[in-house]
Design a binder for this molecule. Sequence first.
Ligand code: CA
Length: 417
Amino acid sequence: MALKFLSYAASDIGKHRSSNQDSGYSGYQLYFVADGMGGHAGGDIASAITSQRVALSDARYDSIDEAVETFKKGILDANSMLSETVKEHPELEGMGTTFSGMLVQGDQIITAHIGDSRIYLMRDGEVTQITNDHTFVQRLVEMGRITEEEALVHPRRSVLMRVLGDFQDDPEIDIALYEAKVGDRWMLCSDGLSGVVPPDVMERILTSNVPTEEAAELLVGEALEFGAPDNVTVVITDVVRPAVQSDLEPGARFVGSAANEVVIEEKRGGKILQLLNPKSLFELLQVPEDPAEYQPESEELLEKILAETKRKLRWRNARTIVAWLLIAGGIVGGLYLGYLYTQTRFYVAEYNGQVTIFQGIREQLGPLKFSQPYQVSDIPTQDLSPFQQELLQRSISAESLEDALRILSQLEASLDE
Ligand code: CA
Protein backbone atom coordinates (compact mmCIF):
# COMPACT_ATOMS: atom_id res chain seq x y z
CA MET A 1 0.00 0.00 0.00
CA ALA A 2 1.38 3.36 -0.96
CA LEU A 3 1.57 5.59 2.09
CA LYS A 4 1.12 9.31 2.32
CA PHE A 5 3.51 11.64 4.11
CA LEU A 6 2.43 14.95 5.60
CA SER A 7 5.30 17.22 6.50
CA TYR A 8 5.85 20.68 7.89
CA ALA A 9 9.04 22.59 8.73
CA ALA A 10 9.26 25.42 11.27
CA SER A 11 12.26 27.49 12.31
CA ASP A 12 12.85 30.42 14.62
CA ILE A 13 15.90 32.56 15.23
CA GLY A 14 15.38 32.18 19.01
CA LYS A 15 15.78 34.89 21.61
CA HIS A 16 19.54 35.38 21.84
CA ARG A 17 20.97 35.04 18.35
CA SER A 18 20.96 37.72 15.69
CA SER A 19 20.99 35.31 12.74
CA ASN A 20 19.35 31.98 12.05
CA GLN A 21 22.09 29.49 11.15
CA ASP A 22 19.68 26.56 11.15
CA SER A 23 18.04 25.30 7.98
CA GLY A 24 15.09 23.01 7.54
CA TYR A 25 13.54 21.36 4.52
CA SER A 26 10.20 19.74 3.94
CA GLY A 27 10.00 18.37 0.39
CA TYR A 28 8.40 15.62 -1.71
CA GLN A 29 10.37 12.58 -0.58
CA LEU A 30 13.00 14.30 1.51
CA TYR A 31 12.93 16.01 4.91
CA PHE A 32 15.88 17.32 6.92
CA VAL A 33 17.43 19.81 9.32
CA ALA A 34 20.95 21.31 9.19
CA ASP A 35 22.42 23.36 12.05
CA GLY A 36 25.25 25.61 10.89
CA MET A 37 28.21 26.56 13.04
CA GLY A 38 31.36 28.65 13.02
CA GLY A 39 32.36 32.17 12.26
CA HIS A 40 30.17 35.22 12.27
CA ALA A 41 28.47 34.51 9.00
CA GLY A 42 29.80 31.04 8.22
CA GLY A 43 27.19 28.95 9.99
CA ASP A 44 24.23 30.17 8.01
CA ILE A 45 26.16 29.84 4.74
CA ALA A 46 27.23 26.28 5.61
CA SER A 47 23.72 25.11 6.44
CA ALA A 48 22.24 26.92 3.41
CA ILE A 49 24.78 25.49 0.93
CA THR A 50 24.31 22.00 2.36
CA SER A 51 20.52 22.27 2.30
CA GLN A 52 20.37 23.50 -1.25
CA ARG A 53 22.77 20.79 -2.43
CA VAL A 54 21.13 17.87 -0.61
CA ALA A 55 17.64 19.00 -1.66
CA LEU A 56 18.68 18.07 -5.23
CA SER A 57 18.34 14.41 -4.12
CA ASP A 58 14.62 14.88 -3.43
CA ALA A 59 13.27 12.30 -5.90
CA ARG A 60 11.93 8.74 -6.30
CA TYR A 61 14.56 6.17 -7.23
CA ASP A 62 14.34 2.81 -8.99
CA SER A 63 15.81 0.90 -6.09
CA ILE A 64 16.49 1.44 -2.42
CA ASP A 65 20.23 0.98 -3.08
CA GLU A 66 20.20 3.75 -5.63
CA ALA A 67 18.29 5.97 -3.21
CA VAL A 68 20.82 5.32 -0.42
CA GLU A 69 23.76 6.00 -2.74
CA THR A 70 22.30 9.22 -4.15
CA PHE A 71 21.29 10.50 -0.72
CA LYS A 72 24.75 9.83 0.71
CA LYS A 73 26.49 11.27 -2.33
CA GLY A 74 24.43 14.48 -2.05
CA ILE A 75 25.60 14.91 1.56
CA LEU A 76 29.26 14.20 0.72
CA ASP A 77 29.06 16.59 -2.25
CA ALA A 78 27.76 19.27 0.11
CA ASN A 79 30.77 18.54 2.33
CA SER A 80 33.12 19.08 -0.64
CA MET A 81 31.33 22.29 -1.58
CA LEU A 82 31.91 23.60 1.95
CA SER A 83 35.67 22.86 1.74
CA GLU A 84 35.89 24.50 -1.67
CA THR A 85 33.98 27.54 -0.45
CA VAL A 86 36.39 27.91 2.49
CA LYS A 87 39.36 27.60 0.11
CA GLU A 88 38.02 30.53 -1.89
CA HIS A 89 36.92 32.45 1.20
CA PRO A 90 39.42 31.84 3.98
CA GLU A 91 37.42 34.18 6.22
CA LEU A 92 34.85 31.38 6.45
CA GLU A 93 37.33 28.87 7.88
CA GLY A 94 35.81 26.73 10.60
CA MET A 95 32.31 26.81 9.18
CA GLY A 96 30.36 23.60 9.18
CA THR A 97 26.94 22.11 9.65
CA THR A 98 25.13 19.15 11.09
CA PHE A 99 22.76 17.18 8.89
CA SER A 100 19.92 14.90 9.94
CA GLY A 101 17.44 13.83 7.32
CA MET A 102 15.13 11.18 5.92
CA LEU A 103 14.45 10.14 2.36
CA VAL A 104 11.23 8.22 1.68
CA GLN A 105 11.18 5.46 -0.94
CA GLY A 106 7.77 3.77 -1.13
CA ASP A 107 7.19 2.49 2.38
CA GLN A 108 10.84 2.59 3.32
CA ILE A 109 12.68 5.41 5.01
CA ILE A 110 16.42 6.05 4.76
CA THR A 111 17.86 8.19 7.53
CA ALA A 112 21.19 9.98 7.24
CA HIS A 113 22.83 11.70 10.17
CA ILE A 114 25.99 13.55 11.15
CA GLY A 115 26.44 15.97 14.05
CA ASP A 116 24.17 16.70 17.00
CA SER A 117 20.84 17.44 15.36
CA ARG A 118 18.41 14.62 16.11
CA ILE A 119 15.80 12.32 14.63
CA TYR A 120 13.01 10.98 16.82
CA LEU A 121 10.36 8.43 15.91
CA MET A 122 7.00 8.27 17.65
CA ARG A 123 5.47 4.84 17.06
CA ASP A 124 2.53 3.33 19.00
CA GLY A 125 2.75 6.11 21.57
CA GLU A 126 6.47 5.52 22.23
CA VAL A 127 9.01 8.22 21.38
CA THR A 128 12.53 7.00 20.53
CA GLN A 129 15.60 9.01 19.61
CA ILE A 130 17.05 7.06 16.69
CA THR A 131 20.25 9.06 16.19
CA ASN A 132 23.34 9.39 18.38
CA ASP A 133 24.89 12.80 18.88
CA HIS A 134 28.39 12.94 17.43
CA THR A 135 29.76 14.92 20.36
CA PHE A 136 32.56 14.23 22.80
CA VAL A 137 30.23 14.36 25.78
CA GLN A 138 27.90 11.81 24.16
CA ARG A 139 30.89 9.52 23.62
CA LEU A 140 31.71 9.85 27.33
CA VAL A 141 28.08 8.98 28.15
CA GLU A 142 28.30 5.87 25.95
CA MET A 143 31.53 4.90 27.67
CA GLY A 144 29.73 5.20 31.01
CA ARG A 145 32.17 7.89 32.17
CA ILE A 146 29.56 10.63 32.66
CA THR A 147 25.77 10.57 33.03
CA GLU A 148 23.14 11.86 30.57
CA GLU A 149 22.34 14.57 33.08
CA GLU A 150 25.96 15.72 33.29
CA ALA A 151 26.13 15.76 29.48
CA LEU A 152 23.09 18.03 29.26
CA VAL A 153 24.75 20.81 31.25
CA HIS A 154 28.35 20.25 30.19
CA PRO A 155 29.98 23.49 28.92
CA ARG A 156 31.54 21.52 26.03
CA ARG A 157 28.36 19.71 25.04
CA SER A 158 28.44 21.42 21.62
CA VAL A 159 31.92 20.22 20.66
CA LEU A 160 31.27 17.97 17.66
CA MET A 161 33.37 14.96 16.72
CA ARG A 162 31.74 14.56 13.31
CA VAL A 163 30.23 17.29 11.18
CA LEU A 164 30.12 18.52 7.57
CA GLY A 165 32.50 21.35 6.70
CA ASP A 166 36.08 21.97 5.70
CA PHE A 167 37.42 19.43 8.19
CA GLN A 168 37.36 15.97 6.61
CA ASP A 169 37.21 14.86 2.98
CA ASP A 170 35.13 11.80 3.69
CA PRO A 171 33.18 12.25 6.93
CA GLU A 172 31.32 9.21 8.22
CA ILE A 173 27.55 9.52 7.80
CA ASP A 174 25.24 7.27 9.87
CA ILE A 175 22.76 5.63 7.49
CA ALA A 176 19.82 3.47 8.61
CA LEU A 177 16.70 1.95 7.05
CA TYR A 178 13.19 1.85 8.53
CA GLU A 179 9.80 0.53 7.44
CA ALA A 180 7.21 3.31 7.39
CA LYS A 181 4.04 2.56 9.34
CA VAL A 182 0.72 4.40 9.36
CA GLY A 183 0.50 6.48 12.54
CA ASP A 184 4.26 7.06 12.79
CA ARG A 185 5.30 10.61 13.54
CA TRP A 186 8.91 11.54 12.72
CA MET A 187 10.61 14.58 14.18
CA LEU A 188 13.87 16.08 12.98
CA CYS A 189 15.22 18.90 15.12
CA SER A 190 18.26 21.04 15.88
CA ASP A 191 19.74 21.13 19.38
CA GLY A 192 17.94 24.45 19.90
CA LEU A 193 14.94 22.20 20.53
CA SER A 194 16.35 18.97 22.01
CA GLY A 195 18.78 20.78 24.31
CA VAL A 196 16.18 23.25 25.54
CA VAL A 197 12.72 21.64 25.76
CA PRO A 198 12.46 18.89 28.43
CA PRO A 199 11.86 15.38 26.98
CA ASP A 200 8.46 14.97 28.66
CA VAL A 201 7.15 18.18 27.07
CA MET A 202 8.48 17.07 23.67
CA GLU A 203 6.91 13.63 24.07
CA ARG A 204 3.55 15.06 25.10
CA ILE A 205 3.34 17.02 21.83
CA LEU A 206 4.66 14.17 19.67
CA THR A 207 2.14 11.68 21.07
CA SER A 208 -0.77 14.11 20.89
CA ASN A 209 -3.11 13.98 17.93
CA VAL A 210 -2.53 17.59 16.85
CA PRO A 211 -2.08 18.05 13.09
CA THR A 212 1.42 18.02 11.58
CA GLU A 213 1.76 21.78 11.20
CA GLU A 214 0.49 22.48 14.70
CA ALA A 215 2.87 19.92 16.25
CA ALA A 216 5.88 21.65 14.62
CA GLU A 217 4.70 25.12 15.65
CA LEU A 218 3.92 23.97 19.21
CA LEU A 219 7.42 22.52 19.59
CA VAL A 220 9.09 25.72 18.37
CA GLY A 221 6.72 27.63 20.69
CA GLU A 222 7.89 25.51 23.65
CA ALA A 223 11.55 26.28 22.85
CA LEU A 224 10.66 29.99 22.93
CA GLU A 225 8.81 29.46 26.23
CA PHE A 226 11.97 27.89 27.65
CA GLY A 227 14.05 30.92 26.65
CA ALA A 228 15.27 29.78 23.19
CA PRO A 229 19.00 30.51 23.71
CA ASP A 230 19.75 29.05 20.26
CA ASN A 231 18.14 28.89 16.81
CA VAL A 232 15.42 26.27 16.80
CA THR A 233 14.26 24.16 13.85
CA VAL A 234 11.73 21.34 13.75
CA VAL A 235 10.51 19.22 10.84
CA ILE A 236 7.53 16.94 11.54
CA THR A 237 6.64 14.17 9.09
CA ASP A 238 3.51 12.10 9.68
CA VAL A 239 2.82 8.79 7.95
CA VAL A 240 -0.89 8.58 7.07
CA ARG A 241 -3.25 6.53 4.85
CA PRO A 242 -3.45 7.78 1.26
CA ALA A 243 -7.12 8.69 1.74
CA VAL A 244 -6.34 11.24 4.46
CA GLN A 245 -7.16 14.75 3.31
CA SER A 246 -4.86 17.61 4.33
CA ASP A 247 -3.98 21.16 3.32
CA LEU A 248 -0.33 20.12 3.45
CA GLU A 249 0.41 19.31 -0.17
CA PRO A 250 3.93 18.08 -0.94
CA GLY A 251 6.28 20.81 -2.14
CA ALA A 252 9.87 21.94 -1.69
CA ARG A 253 9.87 24.26 1.32
CA PHE A 254 12.98 25.66 2.97
CA VAL A 255 12.98 27.37 6.34
CA GLY A 256 15.74 29.16 8.26
CA SER A 257 18.98 30.10 6.57
CA ALA A 258 18.37 27.94 3.49
CA ALA A 259 15.28 30.03 2.72
CA ASN A 260 17.76 32.74 1.66
CA GLU A 261 19.65 32.58 -1.58
CA VAL A 262 23.40 32.02 -1.36
CA VAL A 263 25.11 34.42 -3.76
CA ILE A 264 28.72 35.03 -4.67
CA GLU A 265 29.35 38.62 -5.65
CA GLU A 266 32.32 39.95 -7.60
CA LYS A 267 33.74 42.91 -5.75
CA ARG A 268 37.01 44.73 -6.47
CA GLY A 269 38.29 41.77 -8.38
CA GLY A 270 37.55 39.36 -5.48
CA LYS A 271 34.55 37.23 -4.79
CA ILE A 272 32.31 37.90 -1.85
CA LEU A 273 30.03 35.19 -0.67
CA GLN A 274 26.89 36.23 1.11
CA LEU A 275 23.35 35.31 1.79
CA LEU A 276 20.70 37.55 0.33
CA ASN A 277 18.91 39.16 3.20
CA PRO A 278 21.60 38.54 5.82
CA LYS A 279 22.00 40.54 9.00
CA SER A 280 24.62 43.28 8.83
CA LEU A 281 28.08 42.30 10.02
CA PHE A 282 27.76 44.89 12.78
CA GLU A 283 24.71 43.12 14.15
CA LEU A 284 26.39 39.74 13.85
CA LEU A 285 29.34 40.99 15.88
CA GLN A 286 27.03 41.92 18.74
CA VAL A 287 26.20 38.32 19.59
CA PRO A 288 28.33 35.84 21.49
CA GLU A 289 29.91 33.20 19.30
CA ASP A 290 28.06 29.99 18.75
CA PRO A 291 29.71 27.55 21.17
CA ALA A 292 29.44 24.78 18.56
CA GLU A 293 32.80 23.77 17.11
CA TYR A 294 34.50 20.78 15.54
CA GLN A 295 37.41 18.91 17.06
CA PRO A 296 38.91 15.76 15.56
CA GLU A 297 38.34 12.68 17.68
CA SER A 298 41.15 12.17 20.20
CA GLU A 299 41.74 10.32 23.44
CA GLU A 300 43.38 13.46 24.79
CA LEU A 301 40.34 15.68 24.35
CA LEU A 302 38.05 13.00 25.78
CA GLU A 303 40.21 12.90 28.91
CA LYS A 304 40.29 16.69 29.09
CA ILE A 305 36.51 16.91 28.86
CA LEU A 306 36.17 14.19 31.49
CA ALA A 307 38.46 16.13 33.84
CA GLU A 308 36.39 19.26 33.24
CA THR A 309 33.22 17.36 34.11
CA LYS A 310 34.74 16.19 37.37
CA ARG A 311 35.92 19.70 38.22
CA LYS A 312 32.51 21.07 37.43
CA LEU A 313 30.84 18.42 39.59
CA ARG A 314 33.10 19.28 42.53
CA TRP A 315 32.12 22.89 42.08
CA ARG A 316 28.49 21.96 41.86
CA ASN A 317 28.74 19.92 45.07
CA ALA A 318 30.36 22.86 46.83
CA ARG A 319 27.67 25.15 45.49
CA THR A 320 24.98 22.72 46.66
CA ILE A 321 26.39 22.70 50.20
CA VAL A 322 26.50 26.51 50.31
CA ALA A 323 22.93 26.64 48.97
CA TRP A 324 21.73 24.24 51.69
CA LEU A 325 23.50 26.26 54.38
CA LEU A 326 21.76 29.40 53.10
CA ILE A 327 18.40 27.63 53.07
CA ALA A 328 18.94 26.24 56.59
CA GLY A 329 20.04 29.72 57.73
CA GLY A 330 16.92 31.13 56.12
CA ILE A 331 14.67 28.66 57.93
CA VAL A 332 16.27 29.36 61.32
CA GLY A 333 16.13 33.12 60.66
CA GLY A 334 12.51 32.83 59.57
CA LEU A 335 11.56 30.90 62.70
CA TYR A 336 13.31 33.48 64.87
CA LEU A 337 11.46 36.35 63.13
CA GLY A 338 8.23 34.39 63.62
CA TYR A 339 9.01 33.98 67.31
CA LEU A 340 9.77 37.72 67.65
CA TYR A 341 6.41 38.40 66.04
CA THR A 342 4.55 36.18 68.53
CA GLN A 343 6.11 38.19 71.35
CA THR A 344 4.33 41.34 70.17
CA ARG A 345 0.99 39.59 70.84
CA PHE A 346 -0.93 39.46 74.18
CA TYR A 347 -3.92 37.59 75.53
CA VAL A 348 -5.78 37.23 78.81
CA ALA A 349 -6.35 33.82 80.40
CA GLU A 350 -6.21 32.02 83.74
CA TYR A 351 -2.92 31.29 85.55
CA ASN A 352 -2.84 29.66 89.01
CA GLY A 353 -6.49 30.66 89.60
CA GLN A 354 -5.79 34.33 88.81
CA VAL A 355 -6.74 36.38 85.72
CA THR A 356 -3.45 36.87 83.90
CA ILE A 357 -2.08 38.75 80.89
CA PHE A 358 0.10 36.45 78.73
CA GLN A 359 2.72 37.64 76.25
CA GLY A 360 2.93 35.64 72.98
CA ILE A 361 0.39 33.35 71.33
CA ARG A 362 -1.55 30.51 72.94
CA GLU A 363 -0.83 28.04 70.12
CA GLN A 364 1.84 25.42 70.71
CA LEU A 365 4.05 23.57 68.28
CA GLY A 366 4.62 20.17 69.88
CA PRO A 367 6.60 20.85 73.04
CA LEU A 368 7.31 24.45 71.97
CA LYS A 369 5.37 27.17 73.77
CA PHE A 370 5.27 30.70 72.43
CA SER A 371 3.86 32.50 75.44
CA GLN A 372 4.49 33.16 79.12
CA PRO A 373 2.62 35.03 81.93
CA TYR A 374 3.33 38.76 81.65
CA GLN A 375 1.26 40.19 84.45
CA VAL A 376 -0.68 38.19 87.05
CA SER A 377 -3.62 40.23 88.41
CA ASP A 378 -5.16 39.95 91.89
CA ILE A 379 -8.54 38.95 90.42
CA PRO A 380 -9.39 35.34 91.29
CA THR A 381 -11.14 33.74 88.30
CA GLN A 382 -13.70 32.08 90.54
CA ASP A 383 -15.13 35.52 91.42
CA LEU A 384 -16.07 36.05 87.77
CA SER A 385 -19.36 35.08 86.16
CA PRO A 386 -19.56 31.57 84.65
CA PHE A 387 -19.63 33.15 81.17
CA GLN A 388 -16.48 35.20 81.89
CA GLN A 389 -14.77 32.10 83.29
CA GLU A 390 -15.59 30.19 80.14
CA LEU A 391 -14.14 33.01 78.01
CA LEU A 392 -10.95 32.91 80.06
CA GLN A 393 -10.70 29.15 79.61
CA ARG A 394 -10.52 29.72 75.88
CA SER A 395 -8.44 32.91 76.40
CA ILE A 396 -9.36 36.43 75.32
CA SER A 397 -7.01 37.74 72.64
CA ALA A 398 -5.84 41.34 72.77
CA GLU A 399 -4.64 43.67 70.02
CA SER A 400 -1.80 44.97 72.19
CA LEU A 401 -0.61 45.27 75.77
CA GLU A 402 -2.88 48.34 76.23
CA ASP A 403 -5.80 46.33 74.96
CA ALA A 404 -4.98 43.50 77.38
CA LEU A 405 -4.83 45.98 80.28
CA ARG A 406 -8.20 47.40 79.19
CA ILE A 407 -9.73 43.87 79.21
CA LEU A 408 -8.27 43.34 82.67
CA SER A 409 -9.79 46.55 84.04
CA GLN A 410 -13.16 45.70 82.47
CA LEU A 411 -13.14 42.34 84.25
CA GLU A 412 -12.17 44.06 87.49
CA ALA A 413 -14.99 46.60 87.08
CA SER A 414 -17.51 43.81 86.51
CA LEU A 415 -16.71 42.45 89.99
CA ASP A 416 -18.06 45.60 91.60
CA GLU A 417 -21.44 45.30 89.88
CA1 CA B 1 22.33 24.90 17.36
